[in-house]
Design a protein around this ligand. Structure first.
Ligand SMILES: [Fe+2]
Length: 453
């Protein structure tokens, strides 16, 4: 039995391998009931939890799942506050299935891959759990320990890939820890299945045959490091707090919110950009649920409780899961009845306009005084932008609002309008006259409007 478990948004992939009544989970997520359910269905007992590396983009569920099952947690050689050390060559024997540890440093110094063998099929490897060392269409980041460490880590990554993973053979299936959309790789392919052979043919980073060229490529790579990564790095090294069960935030009446916000709680509105722009609770920030896993960690502080504003209570479970996966455990409640209840209570709402790309184009053509602010990543910005626009990545905007011109209309642009809504809301709270461009550069291009490089 081999199952892939995907955490949407974070594009985190964990795996469960089992045979002969035993199972191992590789890189579990924190809300780990799903592994227990699979174990029950398949009649397996989870005996091992394998970490491919000290993860930086989510709180791993290793301690949580370990506390529920008594399974042994294994990880590479770093100063972990829990679990046991696994060394290259160590085998996790699950009967018919066997996992053999392979040291693949580079993304982190202690990164391990786990090679999967099927005793009934023969001595060749079936697959390899590559963690953040090798993805479909991409290789791991080497910049997360600081720029000064790239020259040390990138050659290690090159050697791990060329000396350890590729020799496993072209037919070996790769099982990476992330899919497309993860900030853990520059351009991970949206195809989730691959083999060593396919990567050799299609992965651009693997075509670089010389170590020094590979290191140069890594030195030139520009990727954002979300602020919350530092927190995840600490939590995953020291040991994750045990949740026991998912938090169930209580419904709060409109009049009760101020009690929490005055004590420092942050109002997090996860509705769609058009709903937020049309009317929101003053002081709330909008991180639409589609981008919540990857952008909460840029703007939410860990020492402030979270109050949720949603379209309805049915989405709460999914939102709470997204938040605890990245360590936001202090969820004080949600606005019962949502924004409608707030308005019915006679409390004030704030709003700002949303426009379509074609409307923005018409304004620009008419020579209206509108400033275009592009809040996408550096990589997206480089791939094509509206002529004359300004670039400030949404994650950095909070500290750089003084660079945005005042006294003019500011049209905020991302690729779709989701991150734009977060940025527009922040600027609006800072007194800017904002418009959020729904559809973003994607809609702009679809409308046949030009982007420059
Ligand atoms: Fe990682």
């Amino acid at each position: 039995m081999l199952k892939k478990i995907k955490a949407e948004g974070l594009a985190h992939l964990s795996y469960m391998v089992g045979s002969d009544g035993k199972a191992a989970v590789i890189d579990p997520r924190r809300d780990c009931g799903i592994y227990l359910d699979i174990a029950d269905e398949e009649g397996l007992r989870i005996t091992h939890i394998l970490e491919t590396h000290r993860n930086e983009d989510y709180v791993t569920g290793s301690r949580e799942l370990g506390s529920m099952t008594g399974a042994t947690v294994l990880h590479g050689d770093m100063d972990f506050g829990y679990g046991q050390l696994v060394r290259e060559g160590d085998e996790i024997d699950l009967g018919q299935a066997v996992l053999r540890a392979l040291a693949t440093p580079g993304h982190t110094p202690e990164s391990m891959s786990y090679v999967l063998y099927d005793r009934s099929a023969g001595p060749e490897p079936v697959g390899v759990f590559t963690g953040d060392t090798l993805f479909v269409g991409e290789v791991g980041r080497t910049d997360l320990f600081g720029e000064g460490k790239i020259e040390e880590l990138a050659p290690m990554l090159f050697d791990s890939i060329h000396g350890k993973l590729l020799p496993l053979g072209e037919s070996t299936i790769i099982y990476p820890a992330h899919g497309a959309g993860s900030p853990c790789g520059g351009s991970i392919s949206d195809r989730e299945e691959s083999t060593i052979g396919l990567e050799l043919a299609q992965n651009k980073a693997l075509r670089i045959g010389r170590r020094e060229d590979f290191v140069r490529m890594k030195l030139e790579e520009v990727l954002e490091k979300p602020y919350y990564f530092a927190r995840m790095e600490d939590v995953n090294l020291v040991g994750q707090p045990i949740l026991g069960r998912l938090p169930r935030p209580p419904a709060l009446a409109p009049g009760e919110l101020s009690r929490f916000t005055e004590a420092g709680a942050v109002l997090l509105d996860v509705r769609a950009p058009s709903s937020f722009a049309g009317g929101h609770v003053p002081g709330s920030i909008n991180i639409p649920r589609e981008v919540l896993p990857n952008y909460a960690g840029w703007v939410l502080e860990y020492d402030r409780p979270v109050l949720l504003i949603t379209d309805g209570p049915e989405v709460l479970d999914a939102i709470v899961r997204m938040l605890v996966r990245i360590g936001y455990d202090d969820i004080a409640g949600y606005l019962g009845g949502g924004v409608e209840a707030w308005a019915k209570a006679g409390l004030p709402l704030r709003s700002f306009p949303s426009i379509a790309p074609a409307e923005l184009n018409a304004m620009l053509e008419k020579g209206e005084d509108v400033h275009v602010l592009d809040v996408r990543t550096e990589k997206e910005w480089n791939s094509g932008r509206i002529e004359g626009s300004q670039h400030v990545f949404v994650g950095y905007l909070k500290g750089r609002t003084d660079e945005v011109p005042r006294g003019r209309k500011v049209a905020v642009m991302c690729s779709s309008g989701l991150r734009g809504s977060l940025a527009a809301g922040m600027l609006h709270d800072h007194g800017f006259d904002v418009l959020n461009v729904l559809g973003g550069t994607g809609g702009w291009a679809k409308a046949g409007l030009p982007l420059v490089k």
